[in-house]
Design a protein around this ligand. Sequence first.
Ligand SMILES: *Cc1c(COP(=O)(O)O)cnc(C)c1O
Length: 407
Amino acid sequence: MSMATSLDTEAVRIIHDEDEHLAHNYEPLPVVVATGEGVWVTDVEGKRYLDLLSAYSALNFGHRHPDLVKAAVDQIGRLTLTSRAFHNDQLGAFATALAQLCGKDLVLPMNTGAEAVETGIKTARAWAYRVKGVPADAATIIVAKGNFHGRTTTIVGFSDDATARDGFGPFTPGFISVPYGDAAAIEAAIDENTAAVLIEPIQGEAGVIIPPAGYLRAVRELCTKNNVLMVADEIQSGLGRTGTTFACDREDVVPDLYLLGKALGGGILPVSAVAGDRDVLGVFAPGEHGSTFGGNPVAAAVGLRVVQLLQTGEFQKRAATLGEHLKTRLDELIGHGVTEVRAAGLWAGVDIEPALGTGREIALKLLARGVLVKDTHGQTIRIAPPLTIRATELDWAIEQLKLVLEG
Ligand SMILES: *Cc1c(COP(=O)(O)O)cnc(C)c1O
């Protein structure tokens, strides 16, 4: 590892321990983070880095947002877990606030994003059999190529990323994959057994792929016309990232189900949820679905505080305004080491000219300059700072990218 020489002995020892005893399912950049505050983290040597990844948008409010830490710590001092076998005094308020934020009747709380996706799939299937009248075990769900919805066997079974999928079969049947951004392909795939269309309004892992204007609205219209559920995976795109509460808002589209996660846990703990109206999410009867930790009091206390932060609209506005600025500054790099920029709010995919190195090589050079980013799909780096970032900090980070590209 080329960067190892710049690491002190403690960092080297920690990374060595990880190499010895952690399953090798990730390949982290060689930085050992010890503390974080706002948009900045500090490594074990005391070197500071600007976090332009935000844990894939789980840190939309930055590291250790004081209101969120307080909600968590206060709750940990009172009650941490009941399971859903009993009521706790936090969950009702969280459910009410989140349902209202989503404009939906009901929410179903889970923990990880993948669990929210699984919940969405089960909801769509149960709805297809019990409400739509699809014959038993015949329901299908249309998904998009290039999708990322998580890591369970069902979910990777309908991924077309060979690294995520190969070697983990056999897979759950009932999914039909069509090109992303192509509403006509969805229309052609819909038949009387279609339960749902499951899409990301913007594909994050694929490299911040923004569908053509009108796509989400066309999907919404097709779903309504054909009595098919529109399920929007807003786990990464939602909760302020794109300059609106949900990425679907960009086209004034309301899906039948929102799948939420990541930022819903305030960067503190995993909190996910599915939101939908009673005629859809009301399909579950007690015992049919659940989770030991889903809706736990700490998750509910933090999740409620997250929703309250979003209710002010301040973060959405910051993402919209600073996002314009980010896009303008990144566009200036096109032809100077960058081949393409895709941006929505404070979220950008930046394709690096292959001659200058891979996305990971650029990420390593940015790391040396105190900027944390993550590459995806070879040539792309993703930029997704906390929504609390200041314009001056954003400018400084883009300046570092410019210097890296200039070599
Ligand atoms: C991260 C992500 C998931 C999976 O969330 P986990 O919490 O990692 O299980 C699902 N869908 C999208 C769009 C994501 O970005």
